[in-house]
Design a protein around this ligand. Structure first.
Ligand code: CP3
Length: 358
C-alpha cells in the first residue's frame, strides 16, 4: 500500500526519491526549524501564549508551515508543531517557555507517573494536528514532513523537567531502575507511533524521528536502552510505506545502529563528515545534513563556501538531502538561508558529480 501522503499529486517529489536512495538530478533541501522564529513573518502572525496555544489554530499553523516554503523555495515543508505535543495532549503537564523550551512542573519520577501517559487518541486528543495537515496537503505541491520526538529525547524532558546539559536524572533513572525505564520508553514509543500514524494518514508524505539528545549515550547503552524502542517506531510504521529520517546530535558512534533501525534516511549532525557517515552506515540508507547552522550566522560567504564542502562530502552517497547539522538559530538572516537554497539547487548536483560550474 502506498502512503496516503503520496496519493496526492506532488509536482516536486525530489526529496522522496532522494530519501529512497536515488541520486537526483537536483539536490533537495529543507532546514530543521525552518518554520519559526528566524522569520519576521512568523513573529508577525504569532499569537501571544506559547507554541502549544498557537498550534491549536490549524489555519495559523498551516500558514506558519507555508511561510518558509514561499520564502525559500525549499523542497519540503515541515509541520509547525513540537515534539512534546503528544505528551502534552494526554495531559502529562508540560508547558513550553519562550527562550527555554519544554518545562515540566512535576517531572517523571516513579511508576505512578506512568498513569499520566495514557494512549494517544489522535482524533480526539490532537484533532488540530490532523486538521492542519489536511489544510496543508491541499495547498502544497511538495511533500509535507511529519515528525515525532524519539522516545529517548522525550523521556529526557519528562525526567529532567526541562532542557538539561548533563542528563544526570535521565541516566540515573535508566541505570537505577531499568524496568521502569523500559516501561516509560514503551509508553513514549506508543505515543510516537500513534501520532505519526495519524500524521501520515492525514497526508504527511514522510516523517522525521527527532532523537536530538541521544548522542550523550554510549553505543552499548544505546543498544540496550534505546534502540529496541526507536526501532519499533520505524518497524510499526513500515506498512505505511513512507520514507523516514532518523536524526540526532553528536551521534558519530551511534550512526551504524541508527541506520539499522528501519529508517530510510539518517540525519547527520555537523560533527561527522558525510563521507564518514556513508562509510559507517555502509550505504544502507540515504543521508541528510549537515551544514553547521553557525555558518548561516557568520554570513553569506561562509555559508556558501561551507555548503559547497558539505555537498562535496555528500558525493559518495547516492541518496542525499541537504540540511543543517541541527536547527536554524533564531537570529539567522533569511537572506543568507535563501542564498544557500539557491546554491544547492543550482550547483548541488554538479558539485556532487565533481564538476562544479564556474
Ligand atoms: O520548523 C520546524 O522545524 C518545525 C517545527 C518544530 C518546532 N519544534 C517548533 C518550535 C520542530 C520540528 C520542533 C522539534 C523540537 N522541539 C525538537 C527537536 C528538534 C531539535 O531542535 O533538536 C526539540 C528538542 C524540541 C523541544 C523544544 N521546543 C525546544 C528546545 C524549543 C525551543 C525553546 C526556545 O524558545 O528557544 C521548543 C519550542 C519551539 N518549538 C519553538 C518553535 C518554533 C519556539 C517557541 C515559539 O516560537 O513560541
Amino acid at each position: 500500500m502506498k502512503g496516503k501522503g503520496l496519493s496526492h499529486k506532488l509536482e516536486n517529489d525530489l526529496i522522496i526519491r532522494a530519501a529512497m536512495g536515488e541520486r537526483t538530478s537536483m539536490v533537495p533541501v529543507w532546514f530543521m526549524r525552518q518554520a519559526g522564529r528566524s522569520l519576521p513573518e512568523y513573529r508577525a502572525v504569532r499569537k501571544r501564549g506559547s507554541i502549544l496555544d498557537t498550534i491549536q489554530d490549524p489555519q495559523l499553523s498551516a500558514e506558519i508551515t507555508l511561510q518558509p516554503v514561499r520564502r525559500y523555495g525549499v523542497d519540503a515543508a515541515i509541520l509547525y508543531s513540537d515534539i512534546i505535543v503528544p505528551a502534552f495532549a494526554v495531559g502529562f503537564g508540560i508547558e513550553v517557555v519562550e527562550g527555554r523550551g519544554p518545562v515540566i512542573k512535576d517531572p517523571f519520577r516513579s511508576k505512578d507517573d506512568l498513569t499520566r501517559l495514557r494512549n494517544l487518541e489522535p482524533e480526539t486528543d490532537t484533532p488540530y494536528v490532523i486538521e492542519t495537515i489536511k489544510i496543508l496537503v491541499e495547498e502544497l505541491n511538495i511533500p509535507l514532513i511529519g515528525f515525532a520526538g524519539a522516545p529517548f529525547t522525550v523521556a529526557s524532558y519528562l525526567i529532567e523537567g526541562g532542557p538539561s546539559r548533563t542528563y544526570v536524572k535521565t541516566k540515573s533513572l535508566m541505570r537505577l531502575n531499568p524496568a521502569l525505564w523500559h516501561q516509560l520508553m514503551d509508553r513514549l514509543t506508543s505515543l510516537a507511533i500513534a501520532s505519526l500514524e495519524s500524521q501520515i494518514t492525514a497526508g504527511a508524505a514522510m516523517f522525521q524521528l527527532f532523537d536530538s539528545w541521544v548522542g550523550i549515550l554510549s553505543p552499548s547503552e544505546y543498544r540496550e536502552m534505546v534502540a529496541p524502542h526507536s526501532n519499533a517506531v520505524f518497524h510499526r510504521l513500515a506498512h505505511l510505506d513512507v520514507p523516514s529520517i532518523h536524526f540526532g546530535v553528536g551521534t558519530a558512534s551511534l550512526l551504524e545502529q541508527m541506520a539499522n533501525s528501519g529508517c530510510t534516511v539518517v540525519g547527520v549532525d555537523d560533527r561527522t563528515g558525510l563521507d564518514d557517515a556513508y562509510r559507517i552506515t555502509k550505504g544502507k540508507v540515504a543521508l541528510q545534513g549537515n551544514l553547521d547552522p553557525v555558518n548561516i550566522l557568520i554570513g553569506a560567504e561562509a555559508a556558501l563556501s561551507e555548503s559547497e564542502k558539505v555537498l562535496s562530502s555528500s558525493a559518495i552517497s547516492p541518496g542525499y538531502i541537504f540540511n543543517l547539522g541541527h536547527g536554524i538559530f533564531p537570529e539567522s538572516d533569511p537572506e543568507v538561508i535563501k542564498t544557500v537554497v539557491d546554491l544547492v539547487h543550482e550547483k548541488g548536483a554538479s558539485i556532487r558529480e565533481g564538476t562544479p560550474k564556474p
